[in-house]
Design a protein around this ligand. Structure first.
Ligand SMILES: Cc1ncc(COP(=O)(O)O)c(C=O)c1O
Length: 389
């Protein structure tokens, strides 16, 4: 089976993990956790990085760090892996679902329109608070998701959110290696522009720690609190005094060792993935009715996953049949995620003009995109696509 995305082990992974085992540092303490955090700050340019057990826990903690609590609301795109939406729920808050644009990131113009028309900002104890006119609840944060490695354009949103005192959390789970190329945030890594950014090192990401996440921030106070909360909120480690409710979310040394080795290979993986993207573009754009999704002109993408845009409207049955055909031929291709505003637990949540989500769902297909994908495999995939479209 040609997998959608699988890990590529090509560097110091064995060496670093062996070192953990040899020295006995296998759990949440050890040099690799600190080293991994340090190397992530160097690579991304974030001032601080705090390692977590996964990207979901990084998001959960980040929302708590910006003050999201019971009955608060958080704006999030409907089309994303469900993790950021669940993270809102873990904090007893509610999502407001926003549309996605053609690069699959949150529709910035609609978000701005929503904030201008559907919210009002008041002063409470001299601090601006933004209220959702419909529910009367406090909108505390906005999660932007740099989906498939595509950066969200934050130039305008960031100012509006600042005046409305809404914290921007960047879900950069899929976008390690993506930098802004132009605009106000030129040369900045995704996840380092908003108040907090979150990375994931899940097995299906461009680099993996077997599982893992990272909180990025330029704010020392936030970083310290992130470390405190992810390590059980321990105030006195001898007498086990905990003055807050923390979590056991610290990454293990073995995972960090794997992540560190993978990080060393990241530039090489991105170089390979750019070539994979170009091959797909060349071949698939020639198949009538198909096109490979473009990356945005304002960012340097990591090309995590390649997506096909299908021109004609397919019935659900027809769409699934094509996926099954590919699967039967040893190709793992997947549809985009089921839109979150339609998920059973989120059906009743507020939505705003979700026109594009409906369009892109069921007319997009994610293609195998691992760094080690060969030209021969790509030729085979394209030939099979040609047979069914
Ligand atoms: C957009 C997005 N956000 C968050 C996550 C959660 O990361 P993790 O699986 O490490 O919890 C993922 C993927 O796994 C993701 O794709």
């Amino acid at each position: 089976m040609i997998k959608l995305h699988e890990p590529f082990i090509s560097g110091n992974e064995w060496k670093y993990i062996k070192n953990c085992l040899d020295e006995g540092w296998v759990s949440s303490a050890g040099k690799y956790v600190d080293l991994f955090e340090k190397k992530i700050t160097k690579y991304t340019g974030a001032k601080h990085a705090v390692a977590c057990i996964n990207g979901t826990s990084a998001l959960q903690i980040s929302l708590r760090l910006v003050g999201v609590g019971t009955n608060d609301e958080v704006i999030v795109p409907s089309m994303t892996f469900i993790s950021p939406v669940n993270a809102i729920n873990y904090n007893n808050a509610k999502p407001i679902f926003m549309d996605n644009d053609d690069y699959y990131t949150i529709d910035v113009n609609k978000t701005i329109e929503f904030l201008n028309k559907k919210t009002r900002t008041i002063l409470r104890k001299k601090i601006p608070i933004t209220i959702n006119k419909k529910t009367g609840n406090h909108i505390v944060a906005l999660i932007v998701v740099h989906l498939f490695g595509n950066a969200t354009k934050l130039d305008k949103l960031i100012d509006l959110c600042r005046t409305k005192n809404i914290s921007i959390i960047e879900d950069a789970a899929e976008s390690i290696g993506t930098f802004y190329k132009s605009g106000r945030f030129r040369n900045k890594h995704t996840g380092t522009v908003g108040k907090i950014g979150c990375l994931s090192f899940n097995g299906n990401k461009i680099i993996t720690a077997g599982g893992g996440g990272m909180i990025l921030t330029n704010n020392l106070k936030i970083a310290k609190k992130a470390k405190y909360l992810t390590t059980q909120a321990k105030d006195d480690p001898i007498n086990y005094v905990h003055n807050d409710i923390g979590y056991n979310f610290r990454l293990s040394n073995i995972q960090a060792a794997l992540g560190l080795a993978q990080l060393e290979s990241l530039p090489e993986y991105i170089r390979k993935k750019k070539i994979i993207h170009e091959i797909y573009r060349n071949k698939i754009d020639k198949i009538k009715g198909l096109r490979i999704s473009r990356t945005s002109h304002f960012s340097k993408c990591n090309y995590w996953l390649n997506i096909i845009e299908i021109d004609k409207k397919l019935s659900k049955k027809d769409f699934l049949k094509k996926i099954q055909y590919l699967y039967n031929n040893g190709i793992e291709a997947r549809p985009l995620w089921y839109p979150n505003h339609l998920q059973k637990k989120y059906k009743k949540c507020q939505t705003y003009k979700l026109h594009n989500v409906k369009k892109i769902y069921q007319s997009r297909l994610c293609l195998p995109s691992s760094s080690q994908l060969t030209k021969k495999q790509q030729d085979f995939i394209c030939q099979k696509l040609n047979n069914i479209f």
